[in-house]
Design a protein around this ligand. Structure first.
Ligand code: GLP
Length: 238
């Protein structure tokens, strides 16, 4: 039940560290990378784009996708990943839930079957202000696999900054479940900015509860938390 906390207040250094963890994983043979979207990942993907790393022999697996946005919409996670990473650094095979599907439940099942055929070596994670991981909102079962979610108002509000108005933010998404995420061999969670403090406080010092999904990571055993929030650098054992 160990979480390795890396507290780095300088943002450039923080992302440099994230990049070096990823690079190290690749150097030691990691093949399948679990990728995340969200503002937190943008500087890391920039680091990768500007590096000499080659992922063409690796595969990428994304956490989630909005339901009902065309792939070509600039805020679909399909477009996000192309813009921030894949156009410059193509992966061998790129897996993302298909948000354009007419049958999201079926698509969630199909995605979970794909996930089970892979072993994710390193899963990148951001965290929502309410503690969500992927799009697993508070109250999601820790045994959940890939499923369709109705986004909470707080998540839609938080993501509204990427859209013209909040009404443009999709109401549903397909997300890897908590159990799907927990199968990754290693998890790197990045949390930057004061809005993430309550979630990280709960992860480091609170009870494990489905009401704050990120707290499940205490059960994993191989998690690095990289944050600028000034928590003390330490290994947290429960
Ligand atoms: C989004 C994504 C998550 C992401 C989180 C935080 O809704 N589904 O995967 O980690 O919210 O986003 P940001 O990094 O923009 O704060």
């Amino acid at each position: 039940m160990t979480i390795q906390l890396l507290s780095i207040q300088n943002i450039d250094q923080l992302y440099e560290k994230a990049f070096s963890i990823l690079k190290e994983q690749q150097n030691t043979g990691a093949k399948n990378f679990g990728l995340a979207t969200g503002g937190t990942m943008i500087p890391l993907y920039k680091y990768i784009r500007n590096s000499a790393l080659d992922f063409s022999h690796c595969n990428s697996v994304n956490l989630d996708e909005y339901v009902g946005l065309p792939k070509s919409h600039p805020q679909s996670y399909f477009s996000f990943m192309r813009k921030h990473l894949f156009n410059t650094k193509p992966f061998g095979i790129t897996y993302l839930p298909n948000g354009e599907t007419a049958n999201p439940e079926e698509e969630a099942k199909r995605y979970e079957t794909t996930l089970k055929s892979l072993e994710i070596d390193l899963q990148l994670l951001g965290v929502g202000e309410n503690g969500h991981i992927g799009f697993n909102e508070p109250g999601t079962s820790f045994t959940s696999e890939t499923h369709v979610v109705t986004l909470t108002n707080s998540t839609r509000k938080a993501n509204a900054r990427f859209f013209h108005t909040i009404d443009d933010v999709p109401r549903k998404a397909i997300t890897m479940g908590i159990a799907s995420i927990m199968r990754a061999k290693q998890i790197l969670l990045i949390a930057v900015g004061a809005k993430k403090r309550p979630a990280i406080q709960a992860l480091l010092h609170g009870e494990i509860t489905e009401m704050i999904p990120v707290t499940v990571l205490k059960k994993h055993g191989n998690v690095i938390v990289l944050t600028d929030l000034g928590f003390k650098n330490t290994n947290h054992d429960d």
